[in-house]
Ligand binder design. Structure first.
Ligand code: GLU
Length: 297
């Protein structure tokens, strides 16, 4: 099945170096794009300097390149896109789909999740305190189709779930920036870890508010460790060892259910990627999280 217009991406937040789980997500999005002769992009979601250790972006780009995963267009950095996010926020404010809010989490909790100052109605007094900006969701039962996991259903609760799109410190939030850039870069297929599944319904509302067609979605079950926890920087998943990219890719192909032959364990990244592109079958992707298999299993 070819899809020459296909545009996909891998969009890591540089909160640490790549770990095995992020390689699996990167490889899945790369293979999905390549088997359709599509374009595959890398976008660095560097929105929050306080959570980005120095050197993390370089380490991620180095790892991707050691594994033969190269962006088809110049890498995009969200830290250079503030003007674009700002103009979208202005548009949402003008449309009445965004509002200023100074409520702390504690205050919201104490009020059952509703905004005590009626900020959503634009009635909160200007106190000179720094304020966040939130997106006003619509109450909805959102139904959408995941290309791997099938029909999805999420309830979205206006006001109670309204996400912050610009934090009071002035940083733009993931939920806004990811949609703005997916629209701007013409991304029509999003392949990412299932830890982001719950973000999708809200993102669909952002696409609609901005008058854009949403992409297709495919969520890859996240890789877990032997204790069943998601491999993540928070639970100290080890950084990928860039000195053995072939073995890492072999294991990533295995984690994607693609059954790479044992003799490829010692192959080079280009050979493993070529095998992956030639043999990729979406139907073999696991539908549930599991720990990675070892070559000896
Ligand atoms: N930057 C997000 C993360 O690293 C992923 C964005 C996405 O794929 O939607 O978790």
């Amino acid at each position: 099945m070819t899809h020459p217009g296909y545009r996909g991406r891998f969009a890591p937040s540089p909160t640490g170096p790549l770990h095995f789980g992020s390689l699996v997500a990167a490889l899945a999005s790369f293979l999905e794009a390549r088997v359709r002769q599509g374009t595959w992009l890398v976008r660095i979601e560097d929105l929050d300097p306080l959570r980005e250790p120095p050197g993390a972006t370089d380490a991620i780009l180095h790892s991707l390149s050691a594994h033969g995963l190269h962006s088809d267009e110049p890498v995009r950095y969200q830290s250079l896109r503030h003007d674009a996010y700002d103009s979208v926020i202005r548009q949402l404010l003008a449309q009445g789909r965004a509002y200023y809010c100074a409520c702390s989490r504690k205050r919201l909790q104490a009020n059952g999740g509703y905004h005590p100052d009626r900020c959503r109605q634009g009635e909160a007094p200007e106190t000179g305190q720094p304020r966040a900006i939130r997106f006003a969701l619509e109450d909805a039962d959102v139904e959408w189709q995941d290309q791997l996991l099938g029909p999805q259903h999420q309830s979205v609760r206006g006001e109670l779930d309204d996400p912050v799109i610009r934090r009071k410190e002035g940083f733009y939030a993931y939920q806004l920036a990811v949609v703005v850039d997916d629209i701007d870069q013409g991304i029509d297929h999003v392949v990412r870890g299932s830890d982001l599944l719950d973000m999708t319904a809200q993102q669909l509302q952002l696409f609609a508010a901005l008058g854009a067609e949403p992409p297709g979605w495919l969520h890859i079950p996240v890789i877990v460790n032997a204790q069943g926890q998601k491999l993540s920087k928070q639970n100290r998943a080890p950084a990928l060892d860039d000195s053995q990219p072939g073995l890492n890719l072999w294991r990533a192909l295995a984690a994607l259910g693609q059954n790479p032959p044992r003799e490829l364990i010692t192959a080079s990244p280009p050979a493993l990627l070529a095998w992956g592109i030639e043999h990729y079958q979406r139907a073999l992707l696991p539908r549930q999280s599991r720990p990675p298999a070892e070559p000896g299993d």
